[in-house]
Design a protein around this ligand. Structure first.
Ligand SMILES: C[S@@+](CC[C@H](N)C(=O)[O-])C[C@H]1O[C@@H](n2cnc3c(N)ncnc32)[C@H](O)[C@@H]1O
Length: 260
């Protein structure tokens, strides 16, 4: 049976939490909380972009000090996030939204997005659009916090990610990962098989190809320079430590200077 090609994070959605089983979202939420509390005088209304199945937003919601809205392009990922919020009785307003086409009129004190979600933007102009769109819905003094993955991260992780396989509930998956260092594009191709629970036979098969662009710190800083944002900090890893060109993942903290 020829695998059906699906939009990204459609067939992968039911497997996503298993694939991310080793990710410590509670510590990641603590890191985002620390950044917000360090660089904003009183963060209250928070927006997460590209929230996936909501793990980080739900961890932040447990702190009970923020009003949280969380969005993602994939309706399948959002549906799982909504189910988890209901199951754990946590208050997060989840809905689907493309972060390049922000349709919210409300303004926020902090907007954040994590785990390389911005690397799905393969053109510098798209990052610029993303930055200007978020600026428009931040309160004066508000923060945009986002991480991105650098070429170093792709070079270090590609062998580890390639040929990964596993089982998640009624699904079996296989990942092929490759990095084009010249174009700085990282390809992750997932083959997903849905198995009949009784016979174990494959009843459906899907393919998703994810392409992400790795950005150097220098490239990202030159994009930010062309926006009205003020650069507050650039952190390496998950600590308040200044990033440099050797950092594998960088968390940017930008401030909206609009004072009206
Ligand atoms: C690597 S996952 C990270 C999800 C989540 N932030 C986490 O930490 O688990 C990348 C997410 O980016 C979302 N995404 C990709 N392009 C997007 C876009 N243009 N607008 C909103 N979300 C997008 C995908 O649907 C996916 O859920």
């Amino acid at each position: 049976m020829k695998p059906e090609q699906k939009d990204i994070y459609t067939s992968l959605a039911p497997l996503y939490d298993t694939l991310m089983g080793d990710v410590d979202y509670e510590s990641w939420a603590d890191f985002i909380d620390e950044i917000m509390q360090t660089h904003h005088y009183d963060p209250q209304n928070i927006l997460e972009l590209a929230c996936g199945t909501g793990a980080l937003a739900l961890s932040l919601a447990e702190l009970e000090c923020y009003s949280i809205t969380a969005t993602d392009l994939s309706a399948s990922m959002i549906k799982i996030a909504q189910q988890k919020a209901a199951e754990f009785e946590l208050n997060v307003d989840f809905f689907p939204m493309n972060y390049l086409d922000i349709l919210i009129e409300k303004k926020f004190d902090c907007i954040y997005t994590v785990f390389d979600s911005v690397n799905y933007l393969k053109e510098k102009e798209e990052i610029n659009t993303f930055l200007l769109n978020t600026y428009r819905i931040l309160n004066p003094g508000g923060l945009l916090i986002y991480d991105f993955s650098t070429p170093k991260n792709s070079l270090e992780s590609v062998d580890f990610l390639n040929n990964e396989e596993g089982v998640a509930g009624k699904y079996r998956y296989f990942r092929n990962s490759r990095y084009d260092a010249k174009e700085r594009i990282h390809y992750n191709e997932f083959e997903i098989e849905e198995l009949d629970q009784e016979t174990g036979k494959v009843i459906n098969s899907f393919r998703e190809i994810h392409t992400q662009r790795a950005y150097s710190l220098h490239e990202m800083l030159s994009i930010v320079e062309q926006t009205p944002y003020h650069l507050v900090a650039k952190y390496a890893g998950f600590d308040l430590i200044d990033a440099d060109e050797n950092s594998a993942r960088v968390t940017m903290v930008l401030k909206c200077q609009n004072l009206q």
